[in-house]
Design a protein around this ligand. Sequence first.
Ligand code: COA
Ligand code: ZN
Length: 334
Amino acid sequence: MSADAVAPNGSEIAGVGEARVRICEVGPRDGLQNLVACIPTARKIDLIRRLADAGLKDIQIGAFVNPQAIPQFADIEAVAGGVRDLGGVTLSALVPNVRGARRAVASGIDTLVFFFSVSRSHNLANVRQTPEASLAALEVIRTDVLPGSEATLRVDLATAFGCPFEGRIAAETVLAYVHRVAEAGIGEITLCDTVGVGNPRQTEALARACREAFPEIAFGMHFHDTRGLALANALKAWEAGIRSFDGALGGLGGCPFAPGATGNVATEDLAYLFSEMGIETGLSPEALLAAGGFLRETIPGLALTSALARAGLPVRHPFPEHPATEGPSTRKIR
Ligand code: COA
Ligand code: ZN
């Protein structure tokens, strides 16, 4: 009973073979941050290596935050030390403040991902400061922490689609913060749907507005699949010219300081979406699924929410044996 793998459907689509998407893996950070159990350091290192083996070239390995706030990342220095030798992979980590940025640089992190929420209340709940104070910290990081290091800086704007405390966030608010961050000389900005409330039309409009107003900025998108719209949002963002997306293996994730937050869009589902359309991801779906199996082994009782983990890759099944297949139908017609 062998089953043949089915070729991606997009391979025949003329003209799209050249297109390529960048998928950034945030599973070791966003995926693990709200788990109750702390994963042993060696397993985290193993997971990151498996993700790299699956073809991921951008991996967020954790966060340099207060270990009292998120105990999962108390071992971030040891994790960074355990994966530093990974060649050809950009290792990034989340930093909430100047202290976190200094720790990240000292650990040899390639890309510091500085984050703050465009809604005041979520920024206060999450990093205990106003967006203005976060922007001031960004300036210190840029002028005092980064010089002399080879690290680059990306900025993530959280709650860019909606806030758990303030509801829908207007595109003008997001654009105003993009402007402030661009003014600070940052070239890469990711818009995050922290609580999964964005819809495809909103995504398309926001992506187009951002790209039009700031053509020099490389924008990325970070979706949570809280209400099942993450892939639709990703597709609309792609159509609006976005070429970089965050995903978390298995669909894990969620901000511990955002009530109602659930998992990220699963990396393997994002990869499947794009590769089926003939867009190059550079990822091995089999290796991603195997890494998901490793996650399940690591975290007993964990249910992966990704569609691909549930259904597997499409296969061509043998037609079931049935008398009707052996000749003219013998079934009585009533
Ligand atoms: N790394 C390690 N420790 C840190 C730190 C960092 N980046 N920033 C602050 N601290 C420590 C301080 O040294 C201080 O320690 P002490 O109590 O032993 O003196 C303590 O944390 C409080 O410092 P303070 O500057 O008052 O920070 P805070 O309590 O206002 O917390 C954050 C601010 C951002 C550090 C904290 O809220 C945090 O880490 N939040 C995590 C947010 C997050 O990751 N959310 C999920 C992503 S969406
Ligand atoms: Zn997230």
